[in-house]
Design a protein. Structure first.
Length: 325
C-alpha cells in the first residue's frame, strides 16, 4: 500500500484521538450570532417592532448548548437597534411574565423609557397570559397597556425570598459557623433563624423598593391618584376586565389590537410588523415562540424547593417584583 494512502487513513483516527484527549475543541452548534430583522406581516415603509418579554425577569445567564444573551441584554440590544432605525415607527412589547428581580425589572423599565426619550415613538404593551409584578412594572413604561380577556396582572409589590436550612443541617450532623466583622454581617443567612431586628431591617429595604414601585406606577398611570394606587397595590392579582375597571390598563384586547393601536398612535396607515431574531430562530407569525417554549406559563414558578434554589442562589436573599403563588 502506498505510504500517502496510509497517512490519509490515519488522519481521521488522529483527529478523533485528539478530540477525545481534549487537545482541540469542536463546536458542533453555531453561536447565537447578531440579531437579524424578519418581517412577519404587513406592507409599507414604516415598521412596528414586536419585542418579546417573557419568563422570569433576570440578568442571570441561562444554560443550554448554545449560549444566549440574558433577557436584560437581549432587550437592550433590540431597543438599541430599533433606536437606530428611523423606519421603526412604533414598538409593541409582548409581555408574558410574572416578574423577577427588582433590579432586572427596573433596568428593563429604564431601557424602555430611555428608548422613548430617544425616538419619541409610541410604545404599546400587550399582556398575554400574565404580566404581573415586575411584568407590570415594565408595562407601565409603555404609552398604552392592553390585556387579553384572560390575562392576569397586578400583584404590585415586593417579596424577599430566602431559605432556612438549619433543620436540614442538624439532621445530617452539619453546623455552619460564620466569623463576621459585625453582628448584622450574616443577616439572612440560610444557616440560622432570622432575628426580629434583622427582619425589621429587611422590611425597611422592602418598603423602600415598594415605594419605588408605587412611584413608577404613578408616573405611568397618571389617571390614578397615589391613594388609589396604594389601595390597588396590596399584592392581589386582577383579571383583564378587573384591571381595566381599576384603571391599571387602558383596554382589553388581543395582540392584533395592540399592533393596530400602535400603528394608529404612530400615524401609520400601513406598516410592516417586524421582529429581531437570531440565526436558526424561526418565527412564522406574531404568536411564534411565545406559545412554543419561549416563556409563557413555563416561565411561571411554583413555590417548590427547585424554584427557591434557582432564585435564591447561594442562599443569598433575593428581593423580587414577582408574583409567586
Amino acid at each position: 500500500m502506498p505510504k500517502s494512502r496510509s497517512i490519509a487513513r490515519l488522519i481521521p483516527v488522529m483527529g478523533l484521538a485528539a478530540a477525545l484527549s481534549g487537545c482541540i475543541t469542536i463546536n458542533l452548534l453555531p453561536g447565537p450570532g447578531p440579531l437579524k430583522e424578519e418581517q412577519l406581516s404587513g406592507t409599507g415603509p414604516g415598521k412596528v417592532l414586536l419585542i418579546e418579554l417573557s419568563g422570569l425577569l433576570s440578568a442571570q445567564e441561562g444554560g443550554g448548548l448554545v449560549p444566549q444573551p440574558n433577557l436584560v441584554a437581549q432587550i437592550k440590544e433590540e431597543l438599541t437597534r430599533a433606536a437606530e432605525d428611523e423606519r421603526v415607527g412604533a414598538v409593541v412589547l409582548r409581555i408574558n411574565s410574572p416578574g423577577g428581580t427588582v433590579t432586572a425589572s427596573d433596568i428593563l423599565y429604564h431601557e424602555v423609557r430611555a428608548f422613548k426619550g430617544k425616538r419619541k415613538v409610541p410604545v404599546v404593551a400587550s399582556i398575554m397570559d400574565v404580566g404581573a409584578s415586575g411584568g407590570y412594572y415594565v408595562a407601565v413604561a409603555a404609552d398604552k397597556i392592553l390585556v387579553h380577556p384572560s390575562s392576569v396582572t397586578g400583584s404590585l409589590g415586593v417579596i424577599m425570598l430566602t431559605m432556612n436550612a438549619r433543620g436540614l443541617l442538624e439532621k445530617v450532623g452539619l453546623e455552619a459557623t460564620a466569623v463576621t466583622s459585625g453582628p448584622k454581617k450574616d443577616m439572612g443567612s440560610p444557616f440560622r433563624a432570622m432575628t426580629d431586628e434583622e427582619r425589621a431591617i429587611f422590611q425597611g429595604v422592602i418598603d423602600s423598593f415598594y415605594e419605588r414601585f408605587l412611584t413608577v406606577v404613578r408616573e405611568g398611570r397618571p389617571n390614578l391618584t397615589a391613594e388609589q394606587i396604594r389601595t390597588l397595590a396590596d399584592g392581589r392579582i386582577y383579571a383583564g376586565a378587573q384591571a381595566k375597571a381599576a384603571g391599571l390598563v387602558d383596554a382589553v384586547g388581543y395582540l392584533d389590537d395592540a399592533i393596530e393601536l400602535a400603528k394608529k398612535e404612530a400615524g401609520l396607515a400601513e406598516a410592516r410588523v417586524v421582529v429581531y431574531r437570531r440565526p436558526g430562530d424561526y418565527r412564522p407569525n406574531i404568536y411564534a415562540r411565545l406559545l412554543s417554549g419561549g416563556g409563557g406559563w413555563n416561565g411561571l414558578p411554583s413555590l417548590d424547593l427547585m424554584t427557591l434554589t434557582s432564585l435564591v442562589r447561594g442562599g443569598t436573599p433575593q428581593f423580587m417584583y414577582l408574583w409567586m403563588p
